[in-house]
Design a binder for this molecule. Structure first.
Ligand SMILES: C[S@@+](CC[C@H](N)C(=O)[O-])C[C@H]1O[C@@H](n2cnc3c(N)ncnc32)[C@H](O)[C@@H]1O
Length: 508
């Protein structure tokens, strides 16, 4: 049993109340009280906690459940497929503390625990009854009566001459006050998974909706736009990436149709039409990992370059870059991005099939790089092959690539070839498949890096190895069965190799 003192113009009077928690139901206030409040109230939206507590009949468990729903949208939005923002209006009861306006900021410092913490809702509002006062919104889950203040808080209140009496304030929540997850949880069928996650690509939110979410797809898209500043278009992936150019087939759910966008990755800017080229924001770490391996003066051949996320950062390091993509749209944006990032003088751009690129421009350049003067050469040559579904097949292009040329064991190119694997031992699987294409065992002379988990039981990996001279030069008399790795000639090989070996160890 507790004693409450009721504030705001009521005569002092002692009330005996049951020790129960507040409920949000105003309808539980009997008429006599309601009319009394109406008569006495100078602020129609404020009423007394004591009254509500006194007449609360909700059992404790139900009250808890209702409390957790305090900041949920109204229940009648369930099943909505066309977004009606006005249907999200709801009034909730928030405990408030009245204080003189000049002490409010001082008081707030001591009421951090007790104050309402809800983004988008002001914690201090004008007091409709009194210009000289403010109302401090309190946490409805913690503050039920003035007994809810902790000792230290009460002592500050006393020092500042603030009456600890808590009153209630009817706060109107609107669509703007709810988080996207709260909105979707209220709209989608109860008990079903609500996903509000998406990949952000410039101004585009890229969703991957599940079947049960499809009836709500336009609403979900609009909510993503409303709740994420900078997002003006929401698209849904409508099939897995299985086309040649690896771009998504997508449906615009809401917002602008324009898919030409601009993104920043590792401090470089890329522009492209997201509906026509490949872009994956989850590869930024991999792009910088490879970039880190190259030193100024090194040469990079990027066989499946996309719009340039390997080629451009590497070119910025004063390396020579040969970048290729079969997709005419990727080729167009690659050229554009080289200019945009001011590396167009350092990148030679091609629009060829990967095999033709390897057997044409790459071969020509390697003949010079690995020719008679190669001993004087101090830089490394790297070949990046990021087309995980197929790149391993392209390794066959290295067989006899430099046949007939003077043979050099010096500074053989380092290949970074990507692949997916669903095998129980993905690293071994990739080594085995790449080795099978080349006709050698790569187990002892390659490292495998786990790039990312693409799906349950599907990994994306990168196998790195120096192409043996015996592969590049057909007339080599090396015994491939007993082939041993030539010493790696990259300047920082020891470091990167031990790091890579650690990585392989972690996934083998
Ligand atoms: C997975 S994306 C990688 C793009 C970029 N390297 C990156 O990391 O974001 C593969 C790229 O290979 C291109 N591609 C697909 N088949 C190709 C082929 N046969 N020859 C050359 N490029 C190809 C696609 O157009 C796509 O841009």
């Amino acid at each position: 049993m507790r004693i409450l003192w009721r504030p705001f113009g009521f005569s002092r009077r002692l009330l005996k109340v049951e020790n129960c928690r507040i409920t949000e139901s105003e309808s539980l206030i009997p008429l006599t009280w309601t009319s009394l409040i109406q008569r006495l109230s100078r602020a129609p939206r404020i009423f007394l906690l004591g009254q509500r507590k006194r007449f609360s009949t909700m059992p404790e468990t139900e009250t808890n459940q209702r409390d957790s729903e305090l900041f949920s949208p109204p229940s009648d939005v369930r099943g909505m497929t066309k977004l009606d923002r006005t249907a999200f209006k709801k009034t909730v009861t928030i405990p408030v503390l009245k204080a003189r306006k000049e002490i409010v900021s001082k008081l707030m410092r001591s009421l951090k625990r007790a104050a309402l913490q809800r983004p988008g809702i002001k914690r201090v509002i004008e007091d409709p009854e009194d210009e000289e006062s403010r109302l401090i919104m309190l946490d409805p889950y913690k503050m039920f009566t003035d007994d809810s203040f902790e000792k230290a808080e009460l002592s500050i209140l006393r020092q500042l001459n603030v009456n600890p009496q808590i009153s209630n304030y009817n706060l109107e929540l609107t669509y703007e006050n709810f988080k996207s997850e709260e909105i979707l949880r209220a709209v989608l069928p109860e008990g079903q998974d609500v996903t509000s996650g998406f990949s952000r690509v410039g101004h585009i939110a890229h969703l991957n909706l599940r079947d049960h979410q499809l009836p709500f797809k336009h609403l979900i898209g609009q909510v993503m736009i409303d709740k994420n500043p900078g997002i003006t278009s929401a698209v849904n992936k409508i099939n897995i990436i299985d086309n040649t150019y690896r771009n998504f087939q997508m449906e615009v759910l809401s917002g602008e149709e324009n898919m030409t966008t601009k993104v920043r990755e590792n401090n470089y800017t890329y522009e492209f039409d997201f509906s026509k080229v490949y872009w994956n924001p989850r590869l930024s770490t991999e792009h910088s990992r490879i970039t880190e391996l190259l030193k100024p003066g090194d040469v990079l051949f990027d066989v499946f370059a996309g719009v340039g996320p390997f080629a451009i950062p590497v070119a910025k390091k004063n390396c020579t870059v040969f970048a290729n993509d079969l997709n005419p749209e990727s080729h167009k944006w690659l050229l554009h991005n080289c200019k945009l990032n001011k590396v167009d003088q350092k990148v030679k751009v091609f629009n060829l099939d990967g095999k033709d690129f390897l057997q044409g421009p790459v071969r020509e350049e390697l003949m010079q790089q690995l020719g008679p003067l190669s001993k004087e050469r101090k830089h490394s040559v790297h070949i990046v092959m990021n087309l995980p579904a197929k790149a391993i097949e392209f390794l066959s292009a290295f067989k006899s690539l430099l046949d007939g040329q003077p043979c050099s064991h010096e500074l053989l190119p380092t290949v970074h070839c990507y692949s997916f694997s669903k095998d129980a031992n993905p690293a071994k699987d990739v080594q085995r498949r790449a080795g099978a294409v080349l006709g050698i065992s790569l187990e002892a002379c390659s490292s495998v890096h786990l790039v990312r988990n693409v799906a349950p039981n599907k990994e994306m990996l990168c196998i790195t190895f120096q192409i043996p001279a015996a592969i590049l030069y057909k007339n080599q008399t090396l015994n491939l069965e007993n082939y041993e790795e030539p010493p790696l000639k990259r300047q920082r090989t020891d470091e990167s190799l031990s790091e890579e070996k650690t990585q392989i160890a972690s996934i083998t």
